[in-house]
Write a protein of this length. Structure first.
Length: 94
């Protein structure tokens, strides 16, 4: 069974967030950290994985990503803080 992840990246000051979906979280976070893919995360230096959730359904992951992208910043902050109170870089566990 495949696993899919919805994740949130933040910059050092936690002022900018990025929400994405992947089927290989470790690889994707590595790509963000090394700046291997041009785009939003590279432009805004988003290197800290502050939140992730996993599911076995790609459709569920995409639906959750789209939902989170519509949330206001306070709701996103609350979601992150509930799962990761210190907003630590969760990629250190890989």
């Amino acid at each position: 069974m495949n696993t899919y992840y919805v994740y949130i990246m933040a910059n050092y000051t936690k002022s900018t967030l990025y929400i994405g979906v992947t089927n290989d979280l470790e690889r994707r976070i590595y790509e963000h950290k090394k700046g291997l893919i041009d785009g939003f995360t590279k432009k805004y230096n988003l290197k800290d994985l502050v939140y992730f959730a996993e599911t076995n359904s790609v459709q569920e992951a995409i639906t959750k990503e789209k939902k989170l992208k519509k949330w206001n910043r306070a709701w996103k902050d609350r979601l992150i803080t509930e799962a990761n109170p210190q907003w630590e870089d969760l990629s250190k566990q890989f």
